[in-house]
Ligand binder design. Structure first.
Ligand code: PGA
Length: 259
């Protein structure tokens, strides 16, 4: 049993895979399948910022929330190219990803910046989805727990957590992201035992920092056939899916594999 409040979480990060038209077409296609949605699956989609508003209008009608992929911590001002948490909130978002590994590693986002973003997201009224995870080198050096604990502590310690907000953490081992189909391919996919071990640690460690039982999602090349593989684990409450969520067939395939 890995539901949280009797729900599994299926969060979809569309990254920079779909342009404005493609995102809106997919949002409509997903919405038209709403009869297949189940009350025990909580869904949110993170489209790119340009398509978020229009796709969000379509998705919200069928009970799917939307969120921003990245926020800036200031509210307004001379920050060319940035979008604040309050702006996402005003455009209809409920969530924002914070500290995704692609932001940390490709855009050199630091733990300190992740903390500033967490604070801004909470103040705006959105729910942050805090992403944590170790690189391949850190894993090989046996530092997974240490790295994840540092990420959690710097993002959460002494933060004032609003009583109306869930604590959602996504464990995304960097080495397992964007690896294509086929679970258990040696060295490429995080196996269920390893995922469960880190999820348990995340649950216990973060519950010690914020007095809440967190929702802990797994992310890293989840595909329709591997959905249940992860969700069977006691401490996996849901999944954060990238590539496989950007096509109708695999999106619906994942959904139908959430039992
Ligand atoms: P992936 O992405 O499913 O394409 O590996 C997951 C993520 O980075 O959120």
């Amino acid at each position: 049993m890995s539901t949280h409040n009797n729900q599994f979480y299926f969060f979809a990060n569309w990254k920079m895979y779909l342009d404005f038209n493609e995102a809106n077409i997919l949002a409509h296609a997903i919405a038209s399948e709403h009869k297949q949605f189940s009350a025990n699956v909580k869904m949110a989609i993170f489209p790119n910022a340009l398509s978020l508003y229009t796709a969000g209008q379509t998705l919200k009608d069928v009970g799917i929330a939307v969120g921003g992929q990245n926020v800036f911590w200031e509210d307004k001002g001379g920050y060319t190219g940035e979008i604040s948490a309050t702006m996402y909130q005003a455009a209809g978002c409920d969530y924002a990803l914070v500290g995704h590994s692609e932001r940390r590693h490709q855009f050199h986002e630091t733990n300190h910046e992740v903390r500033q973003k967490m604070q801004a997201v909470l103040e705006s009224g959105l729910t942050p989805v805090l992403c944590v995870g170790e690189t391949l080198k850190e894993r090989e050096d046996g530092k997974t727990e240490e790295v994840v604990e540092i990420q959690l502590r710097s993002a959460l310690q002494d933060i004032v957590w609003p009583t109306d907000r869930e604590l959602i953490i996504a464990y995304e081992p960097v080495w397992a992201i964007s690896k294509g189909a086929g679970a258990n391919e040696a060295g490429k996919h995080c196996d269920d035992v390893e995922a469960e071990r880190v999820h348990k640690m995340i649950r216990e460690f973060s519950a010690g920092l914020i007095k809440l039982d967190p929702v802990v999602l797994f992310g890293g090349s989840v595909r329709p056939p591997t959905t249940d593989y992860y969700l069977r684990q006691l401490n996996v409450n849901g999944i954060l899916v990238g590539a496989a969520s950007t096509q109708l067939e695999s999106f619906m395939g994942i959904l139908s594999n959430i039992k």
